[in-house]
Write a protein that binds this ligand. Sequence first.
Ligand code: B12
Ligand code: SF4
Length: 498
Amino acid sequence: MARVAFIVTTCHEFEGIKVLSGILKKHGHVADCFLHSEEKDFYRAVLDWKPDVVGIYATTGQEAWAYDYIRGWKKSLKHLKVVMGGPHPSHDLEPLTHPDVVDATTKGEAEYAILDLVNAWEADRTIEDIPNVGWLGPDGVGVQNPIRPVVQDLDTLPFPDVDVFYKYPFLRSKRVMQVHVSRGCQNSCTYCSVGLMKKDWVSGRRGEKFNRQKSVDYVCEEMNDILARYPDFKMVNFGDAALNMTRGWIQEFAEKWPKRVGLPFACNININYLNEDDIIALKRAGCVSVQFGLESGSEKVRLEIYKKGYTDDIVYSIPKLLRKHKITYRTNNIMGSPAETLEDMFETARVNKRIKPNGCTVLIYRPFKSTVLGQQDFALGRVDLERDIGPSIQNDSMMKRTDLREVVNLQKLFNVAVYVPGGEQLVRQLVRMPRNPAFDFTLLGFLWYQHAVVSGYGMLDDFKLGLKNVGQIFGKSGSQTKRSFLETLDTGSDAAVH
Ligand code: B12
Ligand code: SF4
């Protein structure tokens, strides 16, 4: 029996960690999760728990935040091993080049990799033959082992272990609980990691699927298992890329969910796979709010460069249907990709104005090495490698552009252009000014209102969440340094991808 401590910097309940903890516990290990924001003394809390293994989840830019803590723990706990998983080490073995900190990484979905790894460390066996695991070779270069097939039937997994997050009063007393019912996505947008995950996170065996959805029965049982212990949640947010991943799933869900669970919910949807019947079923099931990625007002950019699959026809027709059936909707939008001029970005604001969303999430384009577009950007030298923008995609840009200031300012003031009468003209003047905290707070104000009030996440919860992360305002990467407040704000949504 090993003791595995997951550590997390963003105040959020992470589905991946819930699942890994569930698997480890099912196989006789002890697991817990420590949230930086929720512990009075994070360093001591983890140390006093005496872990044998520390697990870190990392998106790109977020890999190094705990390195100094780990160095300290390793001084006291001589046997401590550290594994990093998630999107970043799945595509980049750089963390292994800090052998005083990271002992192994995992690539892709890690349910059985972490189990094998913990078992091997416990028995003092080699980890060099474990599928999905990355380790440091004798020449100081990271070695990535081949991966195993992803779990094809998500119903075979134990229920995600919510207890490791809901032990924290703040997370269990929120209005909205986070739930995931699928993995993958029908689309393969070029700015998103999901496209390459589909190719890279599967073993390539014949018939292996990357897009998978839990059965409706499993989801209802999972929910009731959680609600039996934590009955106070008022609403559910499905964090999946899209709830409408499998044809017919929403219709079955609309039959069973209201009777067996009955909580209202918000979710992300792919509007190119949505029709009026689905919208009616969503409404019947209890959906109050959906979010989808518009990303660009230009159909050409959306279809030809982002490969999003959303034609103008879809972009203009689906919102009308959502309004007709009284489901609120928010859009996600990207500013500053190499595909767009500033004028294109103003066009994105105008299209939003036309389709009248209840809120606009606006992210700054970030070139991840785990995306098709990002790989091109690095290859073509479009990225300013000297610029440390921290882990967030809501704060700053690392692209080489002459209009960088305007782009970043427009991201902050986008909602003014969409929602304030005559706003576009005003914003056209303001974007030329130096960056200004007032612009940041304008963005925060709109986001908070749209997310907390319009979509029903709760004003107080969202506000408290902001306060919890206030120390992270406008941070850079690296260990224990501050990160962006904005990064953590939209925790109830899938803002990161769409
Ligand atoms: C829901 C979601 C969020 C949620 C929840 C965060 C989370 N990561 O769970 C919120 C809204 C908070 C969020 C925020 C952000 N996100 Co996000 N998010 C997602 C999304 C849509 C689903 C993640 C998920 O839960 N999947 C289901 C679970 C079961 O899978 P999983 O998390 O990958 O976990 C598996 C493996 O990764 C691994 N694993 C996970 N944790 C660990 C830990 C250890 C120790 C080990 C060994 C393995 C391991 O095993 C798990 C089980 O198989 C993904 C896209 C995607 N489809 O993956 C983007 C994604 C992960 N997000 C991304 C980004 C950029 C962000 C932000 C930086 C955006 C921002 N606001 O600036 C922040 C970062 C905050 C943070 N600390 O993660 C990028 C990461 C790209 C990259 N290369 O780093 C992704 C891939 C989307 C994209 N743009 O391409 N996100
Ligand atoms: S951006 Fe959204 S729709 Fe596109 S591939 Fe990623 S998760 Fe799917």
